[in-house]
Design a binder for this molecule. Structure first.
Ligand SMILES: Cc1cc2nc3c(=O)[nH]c(=O)nc-3n(C[C@H](O)[C@H](O)[C@H](O)COP(=O)(O)OP(=O)(O)OC[C@H]3O[C@@H](n4cnc5c(N)ncnc54)[C@H](O)[C@@H]3O)c2cc1C
Length: 435
């Protein structure tokens, strides 16, 4: 049985490894010169940066977490999360509801007042159940937390109005603290939220790419890079997959690349399916990596909700995850900026982006200009799936079509779901177990 796997990101590589371990012949077809997808890292001038956004290894799924940790055994640094929200020039503990005592008093009052009033109104049945993400935020957290943090942050990262977003995905993804924790946090008693992420791992050497390299190690000879799949045909029982130059034949074809790239490779796709794929929303990512001489705050990463604080929605300090990602005496700073294909941010030059991020970091007193030793920009066309209100309808049409033609979809942009690394590996494990 020969299996062709389209896409050589974390999902494709894990799938290839697990199928190979089961005795399958595999080939991974990857468009880029390097495999790894969003989990690639680059090392330049002594700094190592993740180029698909700052990644950490964590999971509630113990089997998957054990797998990831086993892969980087001997190259693992364990870290305690110390994450903040940068709000009104202050560091507020993350999640926001666990950091209310860090807020200015008037915001603290607005947050706790809104939370309690909403809780009572919900109990009395005075507020109808939410029908979109924005309503869910108000319904769950009240107006204070919604307006200080949840709405501005979410609109900054998704680049999409929250009242046009579905809410089917929020459970388990967005921390929902017990009432006691919110009250404790408002009066200054320390509480922890989102605890399964409170301790996380990161490779000592090589950035997050070390994880995919370790996973790929037994199947490295079966990865074909610079093979951009452009057509997929079925000839009898055999799949014929081509990049325009070469044809790969296989008994089974599994897609881990974005469905937006899969459908144009197929012949006779019904208009309904094409339209459904065209209507799916996602956003793209710019990473501005900055290497500096000296230290940075002892913070894992910072969320930046306020539109007045420039383009980044998050700033990470990867030199706190591993002592080897910056030269001795230096630190690494990674700013993430999401954008929609074709928007104003998409057309900014690297120099403009670097200048804007440096200016924000100066305003935040994170660095001085004369500390900067290195800066670079990376772009990822597919970063986050955006769950709009028509998502469930559209994705069902596409998944049904791919099921009918016999191409399984596995991975973040193949399934078109908000899957972290653990979710991707879980999908792969489930697929292999059922195959
Ligand atoms: C900013 C950001 C931060 C994140 N942080 C974390 C984190 O801290 N922890 C965590 O667990 N997860 C995190 N994630 C999620 C994680 O990156 C993904 O879950 C995971 O990398 C998805 O892997 P994948 O293989 O499914 O997709 P991808 O990595 O997108 O891989 C798809 C592959 O398909 C290839 N491809 C595309 N078109 C073609 C074609 N025509 N022919 C051949 N190949 C093609 C691409 O080049 C790519 O290599 C983060 C994601 C982002 C955007």
């Amino acid at each position: 049985m020969k299996t062709a796997i389209l896409g050589g990101g974390l999902s494709g590589l894990t799938l290839a490894r697990l199928l190979h371990e089961k005795g399958n012949e595999v080939v991974v077809l990857e468009a880029e010169p390097e495999y790894g997808g969003l989990c690639r890292s680059k090392s330049e001038q002594g700094f190592t940066f993740d180029i698909g956004g700052s990644h950490i290894i964590f999971s509630r799924d113990t089997e998957v977490l054990d797998f990831m940790r086993r892969m980087i055994a001997g190259n693992e640094q364990r870290n305690n999360r110390n994450t903040k929200i940068f709000y009104k020039q202050k560091y507020v503990k993350y999640p926001f509801e666990n950091g209310l005592s860090d807020l200015p008093p008037e915001d603290r009052f607005a947050c706790i007042n809104g939370f309690v009033k909403t809780l009572i109104a919900v109990e009395k049945g005075e507020i109808p159940p939410p029908s979109n993400f924005r309503e869910w935020i108000y319904y769950t957290f009240g107006s204070g937390i919604a307006e200080c943090y949840m709405v501005p942050y979410n609109e900054k990262i998704w680049k999409y109005p929250t009242d046009h977003m579905s809410l089917h995905w929020v459970d388990g993804r967005i921390p929902r603290p017990p009432v006691e924790d919110v009250i404790k946090s408002a009066i200054g008693i320390t509480t922890e939220g989102y605890t399964h992420q409170a301790v996380f791992s990161y490779p000592v050497d090589g950035g997050i790419e070390a994880l995919v390299h370790a996973i790929a190690e037994p199947i490295e000879n079966f990865i074909k890079t610079e093979f951009r799949v452009s057509s997929i045909k079925k000839s009898g029982p055999i799949w014929e997959i081509s990049d325009g130059d070469e044809i790969i034949q296989a008994d089974q074809c599994i897609c881990t690349m974005p469905i937006q790239h899969l459908l144009p490779c197929l012949f006779g796709v019904p208009a309904e399916v094409k339209n459904a794929a065209g209507a799916l929303r996602y956003n793209s990512l710019i990473c501005v990596s900055i290497g500096i001489k000296g230290t940075v705050p002892d913070i894992s990463w910072l969320y930046i909700p306020e539109p007045t604080m420039g383009l980044p929605n998050r700033i990470s300090f990867p030199s706190g995850y591993s002592r080897h990602v910056a030269p001795f005496g230096c630190s690494a700073v990674l700013a993430e900026i999401t954008y929609q294909p074709g928007d104003e941010v998409a057309s900014k030059t690297d120099d403009e982006l670097i200048r804007e991020v440096e200016e924000i970091l100066l305003r935040m007193h994170i660095l001085n200009k004369d500390q900067i030793m290195y800066s670079s920009v990376e772009r990822q066309p597919f970063a986050y799936v955006v769950y709009d209100l028509d998502y469930l309808k559209n994705i069902a049409i596409i998944k049904e079509y791919c099921r009918e033609i016999g191409i399984p979809l596995v991975g973040r942009f193949a399934q078109f779901e908000y899957l972290n690394m653990d979710g991707c590996i879980r999908s792969v494990m489930n697929f292999v177990a059922g195959s």
